[in-house]
Design a binder for this molecule. Sequence first.
Ligand SMILES: NC(=[NH2+])NCCC[C@H](N)C(=O)O
Ligand SMILES: [Mn+2]
Ligand SMILES: [Mn+2]
Length: 300
Amino acid sequence: MNKKIAIIGVPMDLGQMRRGVDMGPSVIRYAGVVERLEALGWQVEDRGDIQIGRPKRFDVKNESNLKDLEEVVEANRLLAEETAEVIADGSFPLILGGDHSIAIGSLAGTAKDKENLGVIWYDAHGDLNTGETSPSGNIHGMPLAVSLGLGDKSLTEIGGFSPKVKPENVVLIGARSLDEGERKLIREKGIKVYTMHEIDRIGMPQVMEEASEYVTNGTDGVHLSLDLDALDPSDAPGVGTPVVGGPTYRETHLAMEILAEKNIVTSAEFVEVNPILDMKNQTAEAAVALIGSLFGEKLL
Ligand SMILES: NC(=[NH2+])NCCC[C@H](N)C(=O)O
Ligand SMILES: [Mn+2]
Ligand SMILES: [Mn+2]
């Protein structure tokens, strides 16, 4: 990792139906992300927020079963450009969501000029739906499929190339809620998944050892996409699609610390923090603490 971090806020809430996740970047800043990173010796530039269009009415699906598609496409286009710019400038892009649909733009930006980007998808969900398989029409359930080149063209072609990532360079960690189409896709593409079963069985340290090895094998960078709903809802209640039985705050810290030790992550995003559903900003504070660990914070 270099010593420069560029923060990009993406106040996106159109990829799902719970309003409030657009305040995510704001509450993560309020929880002290810049100060936390500066205290670790990083040079931090907060580039402010990506502009998000407002639809006349929320949640209107198009014929391909995609809600608020136009606004999601436009914001991700802007995010892809901004992310690529930050990387060209020699900084580490740290993207703050917003719902998980923004991973479409951040991966379009980070995968530009990279043949083999590795991806760690730390999430309760697979986010591997397309318009055809999605039970909800919510684009936040689709970004990983889009990045693999699957789904609506207006999404896959953001950044002017597709796919952004190859299935063999992706690892899912923390999965415990997958739709039928997602399971099928995982089997078909042979995508590596550490479900809660594996985490319970071999423990987080072993999972992170193996996953780190896996995503660095033949890759030219590693993007960490961390959905706060990966954590158990008792530790991260402020998310729109909570699923019981997740890794704890402590296990997730350990995961971040292992990634810091290995020094393999080249870009990251923290998404789905929704202050309306949160308890006294607990989830935003968890995000900031995890970001601290990812960037090298230690107690002693
Ligand atoms: N980024 C997320 N929280 N995604 C949740 C997706 C939930 C469900 N699989 C769907 O497609 O609607
Ligand atoms: Mn999720
Ligand atoms: Mn997600």
